[in-house]
Design a protein around this ligand. Structure first.
Ligand SMILES: Nc1ncnc2c1ncn2[C@@H]1O[C@H](COP(=O)(O)OP(=O)(O)OP(=O)(O)O)[C@@H](O)[C@H]1O
Ligand SMILES: [Mg+2]
Length: 149
């Protein structure tokens, strides 16, 4: 096993991990654990807490606002950066993630409506796009954010 690891080319520069999630609340915890493990393994522990928090907001939303499976993908678009994408089958892209420049935040007394606000405030970059059905038969949309370590 050690020999295999030693002989495997180093892929620190570009990597991608994707986890398919069932429509099950326990998937949030598993997505968080994956995020933590990947970031610690690839030398970015300093962004792990924030990445976990924001990933769990997006995965919770995927479960709450779609009725099918979803997935989470971690990749590094540039050295010492992580991009987290969460796909779900609901085609609606929430307002802030479809280009509204200054979407209103929730009223002060609101009990909900802060998850995406957290993502916008804490991530270095964020966005969303629709996935057409022509791509591997998938539809829905992907919301993403990036953090620099
Ligand atoms: N994946 C999604 N698909 C469709 N609509 C979404 C999705 N995520 C969020 N939304 C919409 O955006 C709104 C804001 O989401 P946000 O996560 O900020 O708040 P929330 O989920 O209502 O509450 P919480 O503060 O518990 O996260 C939601 O109420 C929902 O209408
Ligand atoms: Mg939410």
């Amino acid at each position: 096993m050690d020999n295999v690891a030693a002989n495997t080319p180093c892929s620190d520069d570009f990597w991608t991990y994707t986890l398919a999630l069932p429509h099950d609340g326990r998937a949030v915890r598993i997505a968080r654990a994956m995020t933590r493990t990947v970031l610690h393994t690839y030398g970015m522990p300093q962004v792990s807490d924030v990445a976990e928090l924001l990933a769990s907001e997006l995965v919770t939303n995927a479960l709450r606002y779609s009725d099918g499976p979803s997935w989470i993908r971690l990749s590094n678009p540039r050295t010492k950066h992580v991009r987290v994408g969460v796909w779900d089958s609901n085609p609606t892209i929430p307002a802030p993630f479809r280009g509204a420049l200054h979407p209103p935040g929730p009223p002060e007394c609101a009990e909900r409506g802060r998850g995406l606000l957290l993502v916008r405030e804490c991530a270095d970059r964020w966005g969303g796009y629709a996935l057409g059905e022509e791509v591997f038969g998938m539809c829905g949309k992907l919301l993403w954010f990036e953090l620099a370590a």
